[in-house]
Design a protein around this ligand. Structure first.
Ligand SMILES: O=C(O)c1cc(=O)[nH]c(=O)n1[C@@H]1O[C@H](COP(=O)(O)O)[C@@H](O)[C@H]1O
Length: 280
């Protein structure tokens, strides 16, 4: 795929879109060919056909899409091509939509630079999820892209988050150290954090140390997190939340009506979001 001209999206534009659509919904495009409707398997590119139908049916309800790269890499070269077609389709047809490469990268600086080029320059994603474990020099190559966002894993939605992230080092939980330390690397226009929806009771403290940053919040839907609980302390003056649901939306039906069923699920969340936004 050749690089094409594309205007990168700032957080201010993201906030504008949130207010226009009355939505801070992110739809996760985690495509599993064992779960897509059988008739799509006859398509030349079933993954892209599935994504296109979901995007066309839900783009007015969501402000962001988040393909998790594992679901594409698992199908080898063909899967990677489906990912390329998906991001190109989003950028060309819905340029207002915010895009997240959920790739959870991060390596020595020289290698992180290549990851950053892959997802920001070549694929033209607006943002990427990055693991902070290797420290500042592994994250800075992503932050050097001025109009792109780096989304650091802070407190993840899974049970294993308690293995390291909530453990104390010198009296402070590791996830707090990640947030506090990284705040000195770049400003809130370039830096966001992942905080799981299943960890709603932590949002108050997280907002104390990261009042301005956007938080990407996966775990609503299939993992059982509550939108209302997250919003109680997670919202900030710019809304500041992107709530992701993947399986709960895209696999609402495995029948021919899968895209309409996905739109209904997205609509349920958007309606709840509108009610919340109307009150602030
Ligand atoms: O970075 C992520 O997006 C992420 C972080 C996290 O703590 N928990 C988490 O579930 N995710 C991702 O968010 C998506 C959640 O999918 P569902 O549980 O199907 O809604 C998957 O792509 C996960 O890999």
């Amino acid at each position: 795929m050749r690089a094409f001209y594309y205007n990168p999206m700032t957080t201010q534009e993201l906030v504008k879109q949130i207010h226009t659509k009355k939505s801070f919904l992110c739809i996760g495009l985690d495509v599993d060919l064992e779960k897509v409707p059988a008739h799509l398997l006859q398509e030349e590119d079933p993954i892209f056909a599935f994504n296109k139908a979901i995007i066309d049916a839900t783009h007015h309800l969501a402000v962001a899409y988040k393909p998790n790269t594992a679901f594409y890499e698992a199908y080898g070269l063909e899967g990677w091509e489906s990912l390329e077609k998906t991001i190109k389709y989003l950028n060309e047809n819905y340029p207002e939509i915010y895009t997240i490469a959920d790739a959870k990268r991060g390596d020595i600086g020289n290698t992180s630079t290549r990851y950053a080029k892959t997802f920001f320059s070549h694929l033209n994603f607006d943002s990427i999820t990055v693991a902070p474990y290797m420290g500042e020099d592994s994250v800075v190559p992503f932050l050097e892209f001025e109009n792109k966002q780096t989304i650091l894993l802070a407190l993840t939605s899974n049970r294993g988050a308690f293995d390291f992230q909530t453990q104390k080092v010198e009296g402070e939980e590791v996830y707090k150290k990640v947030i506090q330390t990284s705040q000195t690397w770049k400003n809130h226009h370039n830096l966001m954090y992942v905080v799981g929806a299943t960890k709603a009771e932590y949002f108050k403290e997280i907002r104390n140390i990261a009042p301005k940053n956007f938080l990407l919040v996966p775990g609503v839907g299939a993992q059982g997190g509550s939108l209302k609980e997250v919003c109680k302390y997670g919202l900030n003056e710019d809304v500041g939340l992107l709530i992701n649901s993947s399986r709960g939306i895209i696999y609402a039906s495995a029948e021919a009506n899968f895209a309409e069923a996905a739109a209904l699920k997205a609509q349920e969340l958007q309606t709840e979001m509108k009610e919340i936004l109307d009150k602030i």
